[in-house]
Design a protein around this ligand. Structure first.
Ligand SMILES: Cc1ncc(COP(=O)(O)O)c(C=O)c1O
Length: 469
């Protein structure tokens, strides 16, 4: 295709034509927002009709520096100009060691392995934990009859660690796991923040405990300091590794480089991804020198992970977070966001709880219908938020948002919550006015009847259903 043909194609594509083309050619995995995005600038994205959206999701926590940040554009342009986008890991290039050194400095760990995604980082971390347990056991013990292998992994209820097999095995949500059984054997789930349950399930047969210090897809739940501290002590006691999955919470999102740093602990392995590559696919797992002894050449590898383009961009991302003082900014603007959301909670009975840290915030609403309504209608108001775990509005904005953007978000949420309450109240009154009708409706179905008003709006705006990860 010539350059002009490519441009022409882009100009004529519409949401309808792209939807039609995708429906006939892609695996039907995604239930996308009904928007065809075309460009981005700062904290805004623009659709094919030029409509602007304030982005409080940032590509599910990826676009930490927003859209079109000059540092990212420059890093990409410079590397493209060198003509070296990929080398494979058979060769050295200029950036892996420098990026690893930087990640080590901010994490307190010693070594890095680069991947293409979060799930791959989790896979690598779990493989490393198994390899480490074998190394510690020694060959003689492994061969002894009756020797209890140290292969179990402990994860938390409500966790999300990814979609590949081992990552999926440590992910709690049954509907993600069940269709693909049997998964990796030996995973035990501990009740969320339940230290006693952890003490019961973490024993000498466990090679690793994997924890998201702030659970993301599970609805933004902070793991308590007490749980993390106890987890650190128990993993030490039983010779298991503590893996902090910081794929969503890491690299500044909570106002510190890593969420585990709020609890003052150091894990043995840390997984990262999302914002690392500035929008390009790059993840990593980091570990200590001691644990890294379990890895020998050839034991693990990747074709693409840690290529020169992604690593050059990651260096630009990390140095921009530093040079623009974004950790402090995230902590400050996160506190402002929280305060404004708490005001909203005081005004709306529909808002049940505000959770999270920094710019990783969950607003739990009273019911799933309300959350669906807010996520869908926000889009019609030029605001992108995400619904996760049925009832939670998840906010993962770019780190560069300002107070005026928070105010815009709160104004829109305020309007939408008011409208939802008004529409459901008038529907309830209508049904109550005809109390004989209401009496005929089984209790469990009254709520869905009362949200009939929502369905009218659904038809108007199209099915802008919100997604999890
Ligand atoms: C905590 C956590 N772990 C793992 C993953 C999987 O990452 P990816 O989708 O890049 O494979 C995610 C993705 O959202 C995540 O939030």
């Amino acid at each position: 295709m010539t350059a002009s043909a490519a441009t022409k194609h882009e100009v004529v594509a519409t949401l309808a034509s792209v939807k039609k083309a995708e429906a006939g050619t892609l695996l039907p995995t995604y239930d996308r927002y009904q928007v065809l995005l075309r460009r981005g600038r700062g904290v805004y994205v623009y659709d094919a009709e030029g409509r602007r959206y304030l982005d409080f999701l940032s590509g599910i926590g990826v676009n930490a520096l927003g859209y079109g940040h000059p540092a990212i554009v420059r890093a990409i342009e410079e590397q493209v100009a060198r003509g070296l986008l990929h080398t494979s890991n058979l060769f050295f290039h200029d950036y892996q060691a420098e990026l690893a050194r930087k990640l080590e400095a901010i994490s307190g760990l010693d070594r890095a392995f680069f991947t293409n995604s979060g799930s791959e980082a989790v896979e690598g971390a779990l493989k490393l934990a198994r390899a480490h347990a074998r190394l510690k056991a020694g060959t003689r013990k492994l061969l002894r009859p009756g020797f209890q292998k140290k292969t179990h992994v402990v994860a938390l209820e409500n966790s999300f660690h990814g979609r590949t097999f081992a990552a999926l095995s440590t992910t709690w949500t049954k509907k993600y796991r069940a269709p693909f059984a049997p998964l990796m054997q030996g995973v035990r789930f501990v009740k969320f923040n339940d230290v006693a349950d952890l003490e019961r399930k973490l024993d000498a047969s466990v090679c690793a405990l994997i924890v998201e210090p702030v659970q993301g897809e599970g609805g933004i739940h902070n793991v308590s300091r007490e749980f993390l501290t106890r987890a650190r002590a128990l993993t030490h006691k039983h010779g298991a590794l503590l893996i902090a999955d910081e794929i969503q919470s890491g690299l500044g999102r909570t106002g510190k480089w890593f969420a585990y740093q709020h609890a003052g602990i150091r894990p043995d392995i840390v997984t990262i991804a999302k914002p690392l590559g500035g929008g390009l696919p790059l993840g990593a797992f980091l570990t200590t020198d001691a644990v890294a002894k379990a890895i020998k050449p050839g034991l693990h590898g990747t074709t693409f992970g840690g290529g020169p383009l992604t690593c050059a961009v990651a260096l630009a991302v990390l140095s921009t977070i530093e040079s623009e003082g974004l950790l402090r900014h995230v902590a400050n603007i996160g506190a402002y966001l929280r305060a404004r959301l708490e005001e909203l909670q005081a005004r709306h009975a529909l808002v049940r709880e505000i959770r999270g840290l920094g710019l990783m915030i969950g607003v739990e609403l009273a019911d799933a219908e309300a959350a669906k309504f807010v996520a869908r209608e926000a889009m019609a108001h030029g605001l992108i938020v995400n619904r996760t775990h049925e009832v939670v509005i998840r906010l993962l904005p770019p780190f560069i948002i300002e107070r005026k953007h928070v105010d815009e978000l709160v104004r829109t949420l305020d309007q939408l919550l008011r409208r939802y309450a008004a529409e459901t109240n008038s529907e309830r009154r209508r049904l109550a006015g005809n109390s004989s009708d209401l009496a005929k409706v089984p209790a469990g179905r009254r709520r869905s009847q009362s949200s009939a008003a929502t369905n009218v709006t659904n038809a108007r705006t199209g099915a802008l259903r919100s997604k999890s990860i």
